[in-house]
Design a protein around this ligand. Structure first.
Ligand code: ADP
Ligand code: MG
Length: 242
């Protein structure tokens, strides 16, 4: 589904992704973890071309996404993205946030789009908040609306960049629960997260990054019980201590 081959990226002189090789299968849930600044966000942002790469290739469903003639809008319709900071349109209701791509990208009429938005809100447990504005929703609710919005165009893949890091602790669970349900429905998901419980329970594989390198890729059980690399052991010890 997603294939990184020898991917390298620089910000100016700063080499932030080093020869990244990773293949993610259809229906797979991959958790990416690693210290701050290790290149996790940069890596997933390359998949929908929020970041350019300078060397290597990335294909999604066999399509080279860094090809010059690629239609970027079409690509982004096929890849959902959920950000740490929700990024909802503040002047639109929850339903309108979700309807936006249906109406303006897919040219659906507003009535049909509204119906779909309501169904999507139901999937994330927020049917009763269709007409609420983001400012009137809790962080956890806003992030669930953002997930519903990411689902609107029925993308085969959703990327998550620390979707629970901006939330108060009591709201983390409701967002992880929605993600867990999506995973069980067979969605292909790449999740940058420090939620190691989620990684253990839901991930098919865990990727550990450090300083722009993929250091280790393993299934959760061996990843947590027998990490192979010194840097992975140190990282796990550090996050379990906090
Ligand atoms: N827009 C940018 N310009 C220059 N350097 C950046 C930019 N974004 C990130 N970086 C640098 O790239 C490295 C990787 O960052 P990032 O992918 O955000 O790491 P992570 O998500 O793992 O915390 C860091 O050293 C960071 O400072
Ligand atoms: Mg990041």
């Amino acid at each position: 589904m997603i294939k990184f081959e020898k991917v390298n990226k620089w910000y100016g002189e700063h080499h932030v992704l080093h020869d990244v090789d990773l293949t993610i299968g259809k229906g797979e849930v991959v958790v990416i973890c690693g210290p701050s600044g290790s290149g996790k966000s940069t890596l997933i942002r390359t998949v929908n071309r929020l970041e350019e790469i300078q060397k290597g290739s990335i294909t999604v469903d066999g399509q080279d996404i860094h090809a010059k003639k690629l239609n970027l809008n079409q690509l982004r319709q096929r890849i959902g993205f959920v950000f740490q900071q929700f990024n909802l349109f503040p002047h639109m209701s929850a339903a309108e946030n979700i309807m936006y791509s249906l109406v303006y990208v897919q040219k659906q009429n507003k009535q049909d789009a509204r119906k779909q938005a309501e169904q999507l809100l139901q999937r994330v447990g927020l049917a009763h908040k269709a007409d609420a504005f983001p400012g009137a929703l809790s962080g956890g609710q806003q992030q669930r609306v953002a997930i519903a919005r990411a689902l609107a165009l029925k993308p085969p893949v959703i990327l998550f960049d620390e979707p629970t890091s901006a939330l108060d602790p009591e709201m983390v669970g409701e967002v992880l629960q929605v993600m867990k349900t999506l995973a069980s429905e067979g969605m292909t998901m790449v999740c940058v997260t420090h939620e190691m419980g989620f990684a253990r329970d839901v991930a098919d594989r865990v990727v550990f990054m450090d300083a722009g390198h993929i250091v280790e890729i393993a299934k959760p059980e061996p990843f947590f019980s027998q990490p192979q690399h010194e840097r992975t052991k140190r990282f796990l010890a550090d996050i379990i201590r906090v």
